[in-house]
Design a protein around this ligand. Structure first.
Ligand code: 6XA
Ligand code: ZN
Length: 346
């Protein structure tokens, strides 16, 4: 399969984030994608190509225009105030406050469009995130054109970004943009499966009232794991979308057997949905050595995951999400994609 990649992800390089109440160096760093690129090339997964450029229109299909306009202008506003270091949100309109009126104050605007203080906004964030969406859209176009699979190798990640909010290191929801592009290209049904350690709250929110895009997420139980306030098993969709969202929260420290049991159920639901394309939010923070997560997957499990996804027999778009064991993230991606490809060939 082709990997779509641009070195413009280096433009997004946060310095510090709040992590569980403490200011620490960012976990989500450029080296992550560099290691993944190296591993994909070393493993011979397939050609690496540059993304095409798309307009904002396909991104506006899943994100509010006023939110995108804010992201586009944010660094300019912050810099005009004399700042040179990253902006971190510090105040939020929670229950009872008004979110319909956009304040003039920059930090108030940033808080309006975010849900945590762990997601620094930097000078190059917009351009990097925008390129990430181009990468996802290029992968989608390849698959719509008949390719069996493609890998969107982008950062920052996307699955926490909702219709009009950023958070969890995410700004534009690349998986959602790609899924929507399949629909807009004529697909009746699409499935998204999120295998990142963290619940894909943004993806869930974007499609929560829709029956055409099945969203599923296997993740650490939000009672103890980020993003804490969403991702429970009783969130099954709403209105027309009732029955088209499924969450598989597992306690931190869960066994690999428990994880694969959830995957089996999720795969059954994908088959039942009969999608024309599958989007995988591929987070590698399920790895036993991940510094901020507590599942136990390792090389054999990533190979098993790749093989199991191949058996679904669907056009499949992989998009990179989390994973912070930087030295191992490349090999872990290569295990999934390599075994996916071998299973197709076998
Ligand atoms: C708290 C941890 C954010 C986790 C981001 C992630 N700032 N999401 O990996 O998938
Ligand atoms: Zn994650």
């Amino acid at each position: 399969m082709k990997t779509i990649y641009s070195d413009r992800h280096h433009l997004h390089q946060g310095q510090l984030e709040f992590y569980r109440g403490e200011l620490v160096p960012c976990f989500e760093k450029p080296e992550r994608a560099d290691f993944v690129l190296q591993a994909v090339q070393a493993r011979g997964i397939g050609p690496v190509i540059e993304p095409e450029s798309f307009s904002l229109a396909p991104i506006e299909r899943v994100h509010a225009p006023r939110y995108l306009r804010f992201l586009e202008r944010a660094w300019g506003m912050w810099a005009a105030l004399g700042h040179t270091r990253d902006a971190l949100p510090a105040v939020w309109p929670i229950r009872g406050f008004r979110a319909d009126v956009e304040p003039d104050n920059f930090i108030a605007q940033l808080g309006l469009y975010s849900f945590d203080s762990g997601t620094p906004f930097t000078a190059g964030t917009w351009e990097a995130a925008r390129t990430g969406a181009d990468i996802a859209l290029t992968a989608q176009k390849l698959i719509a054109g008949g390719e069996r699979a493609a890998f969107a190798l982008s950062r920052p990640p996307g699955h926490h970004a909702g219709p009009d909010f950023l958070g969890g290191y995410c700004f534009i929801n690349n998986a959602a943009v790609a899924a929507q592009a399949f629909i807009d290209g004529g697909a009746q049904r699409v499935a998204i499966l999120d295998v990142d350690y963290h619940h894909g709250n943004g993806t869930q929110s974007i499609f929560y009232e829709r029956a055409d895009v099945l969203t599923q997420s296997i993740h650490g139980d939000p009672k103890t794991e980020y993003p804490f306030y969403l991702g429970h098993a009783d969130e099954t969709g709403q209105g027309a979308g009732e029955g088209f969202n499924a969450n598989y929260p597992l306690p931190a420290g869960s066994s690999n057997e428990a994880w694969f049991a959830a995957l089996e159920v999720a795969c059954g639901r994908i088959r039942a949905h009969r999608p024309e394309a599958l989007v995988i939010s591929l987070g590698l923070d399920t790895f036993a050595g991940d510094p901020i997560s507590r599942f136990k997957l390792e090389a054999p499990e990533y190979q098993r995951l790749g093989a199991q996804l191949a058996r679904l027999g669907l056009p499949t778009l992989f998009v990179l999400e989390g994973g912070y064991a930087v030295a191992e993230i490349g090999d872990n991606v290569a295990h999934v994609l390599g075994s996916f490809e071998e299973s197709l060939a076998g």
